[in-house]
Ligand binder design. Structure first.
Ligand code: ADP
Ligand code: MG
Length: 233
């Protein structure tokens, strides 16, 4: 599903430049649940943003579902991103003046799905995350865990090939974090490919594989015995 080779990325800072990714190679198969783990500043978000086509690498190859992403023009890239990638962020990024259902329906609007079908799908995905009764509520009326579940429903409503989550539990207490990871595991059990960026070993062990990022390279790439989050919920 994802294949990257010798990926490099630097940030220019005045006359200096900060070399963040120093030759990353890795691939992800359909149906995997992978944690990208590393300390703060190790380049996890930089890598995820490149995988999510929110940013571009300086060099290297990136194939997503067999297409070389780095050759796409901007319009094609945007279409590709909307169609194939779903995002979940630490800070939820919900639209405050829209209800839970409207937030979930929004990506479908950009995919030009009709109004009735948008509503049907939004409700279906809200139900999947256990929040059907909260469809008409605004984000300000929801807890942190509920907001993240709405954000996950929104990402899934567009039926992406890959779900990319950057510190999805970073703003949540540990019990709520496990609830969110339980949901992520359930979505992965249905066959969806998911990448989770985290600096927390506990959270990483709820994935099936852990890629350790350090000093701009992959230090270790290991399969792990997945800990079921449901045991803690
Ligand atoms: P992580 O997500 O692992 O905490 P990041 O990928 O956000 O790490 O950042 C890696 C390094 O790159 C950090 O030193 C950070 O300060 C720097 N960095 C991130 N984004 C930018 C940017 N847009 N401009 C300059 N430096 C950046
Ligand atoms: Mg980060």
């Amino acid at each position: 599903m994802i294949e990257i080779k010798n990926l490099h990325k630097s940030y220019k800072m005045g006359s200096n430049s900060l070399h963040v990714l120093k030759g990353i190679d890795f691939s992800v198969k359909e149906g995997e649940l992978v944690a990208i783990m590393g300390s703060s500043g190790s380049g996890k978000s930089t890598l995820l943003n490149i995988l999510g086509m929110l940013d571009e690498a300086d060099s290297g190859d990136y194939h997503l579902d067999k297409v070389e992403i780095r050759n796409l023009n901007e319009t094609k890239a945007a279409n590709y991103r909307n169609k194939f990638l779903g995002f979940v962020f630490q800070s939820f990024n919900l639209i405050n003046y829209k209800t839970a259902m409207e937030n979930v329906a929004l990506p479908l609007y950009y995919q030009k799905v009709g109004r009735k079908e948008r509503q049907r799908k939004a409700l279906k995905y809200l139900e999947q995350v256990g929040l059907k009764e909260w469809a008409g509520h605004l984000p300000s009326e929801l807890s942190g865990g509920q907001k993240q579940r709405v954000a996950i429903a929104r990402a899934m409503a567009a039926e992406p090939k890959v779900l990319l989550a950057d510190e999805p539990t970073g703003a949540l207490d540990s019990k709520t974090s496990y609830e969110v990871m339980d949901l992520i595991q359930q979505i992965n059990d249905q066959g969806n490919t998911i990448l989770v960026v985290t600096h927390e070993p506990d959270i990483a062990h709820m994935c099936k594989r852990i890629v350790h990022l350090r000093d701009g390279v992959i230090e270790k790439d290991e399969k792990v015995e997945q800990v079921r989050a449901s045991a803690y919920v």
